[in-house]
Design a protein around this ligand. Structure first.
Ligand SMILES: NC(=O)c1ccc[n+]([C@@H]2O[C@H](COP(=O)([O-])OP(=O)(O)OC[C@H]3O[C@@H](n4cnc5c(N)ncnc54)[C@H](OP(=O)(O)O)[C@@H]3O)[C@@H](O)[C@H]2O)c1
Length: 278
């Protein structure tokens, strides 16, 4: 395999997709810098035998410090970046505060942009690079009560599509991965964000919130067609190793379905389906 020694920085490796991809790429021979925002998770990752650093996407200093350390350790190069760390802020649009929406964008978009913009000069200098953005089916279509997360992933899709045009001819490839439901801590973390920022008792959406609370707290897969995080790992490997990495990778049947329906259905019909699915 020609992968050995290729370096990659990954965000959000404490659990879920980030952890799976960090372990999978390390086993494949990559030099993985597996980052997490909490010191105890950095310790846990090191105990797994991974090179790990603290990186909190909400904190510019932490992003800069992590990049500096990685570059010191590689001698100033980095082959790839997997932007992954994020969370979902549930809640009806009319219940979202400016602060909760800002927090969602700080983590899911602004931190990703800041990190990417620190890595791009390195990739330009070395003449190659792969950037992989973990977006979502909710970067393609919207579902009720997921407005903050939808907005952050639509914004990510927009930034990434623009960046790809601007990187043409640089030998730096940027790919989007659009998973549907994947086994991880995503729902548990979304529930925490819901508890932090949404007051159901003052909301006209109270009844829907009660159903949502049950879904977010359910043990095991809450949605049909849920896949393990290895399904994302396989696409990451393709985006890293293919001569022609794809612009978009769909993961799970719901992503294929909704992406297709979006192309063929009028919006009012798609809305009907998304209202039921959501
Ligand atoms: N699971 C799904 O169904 C699904 C579907 C589509 C897309 N995705 C995307 O997949 C990616 C990974 O999510 P997941 O499913 O693996 O969920 P997860 O298990 O909740 O993992 C999310 C990771 O992001 C980290 N994170 C959150 N805020 C951060 C911050 N400020 N700085 C650095 N890291 C931060 C979390 O760290 P902490 O442990 O410290 O919170 C955790 O490591 C996300 O971009 C998500 O949008 C997931």
């Amino acid at each position: 395999m020609k992968t050995s020694g290729k370096s990659i920085l990954i965000t959000g490796c404490s659990t879920g997709i980030g952890l799976c991809v960090a372990k999978g790429l390390s086993a494949r021979g990559y030099r993985v810098f597996a980052t997490a925002r909490k010191p105890e998770d950095v310790t846990g990752l090191r105990e797994l035998g991974l090179e790990s650093l603290q990186l909190d996407l909400d904190d510019s200093k932490s992003i800069k410090a992590a990049v500096e350390t990685v570059l010191q350790q590689t001698g100033g190069t980095l082959d790839a970046l997997f932007n992954n760390g994020a969370y979902g802020q549930p809640g009806a649009i009319e219940d979202l505060t400016r602060d909760s929406l800002r927090e969602q964008f700080e983590t899911n978009l602004f931190g990703w942009l800041e990190l990417t913009n620190l890595i791009l000069p390195i990739m330009r200098q070395q003449g190659h690079g792969r950037i992989i953005q973990n977006s979502s089916v909710l970067g393609l279509v919207c579902m009720p009560y997921r407005g903050a997360y939808n907005a952050s992933k639509f914004a990510l899709e927009g930034l990434t599509d623009t960046l790809r045009l601007e990187l043409a001819g640089t030998n730096i490839h940027i790919s989007l991965i659009e998973p549907g439901p994947i086994e991880s801590r995503f729902r548990a973390n979304a529930f925490k964000a819901y508890q932090r920022n949404v007051n159901k008792d003052s909301s006209p959406h109270r009844d829907r919130y009660i159903a949502m609370e049950n879904r977010l707290q359910k043990q095991g897969p809450a949605a049909p067609f849920t896949l393990p995080p290895e399904a994302v790992l396989h696409k990451v490997i393709h985006a890293l190793e293919s001569k022609r990495p794809k612009i978009r990778y769909y993961v799970t049947f719901p992503t294929w379905l909704f992406a297709t329906l979006k192309r063929v259905l009028p919006v009012f019909l798609l809305d009907k389906i998304l209202r039921i699915a959501g």
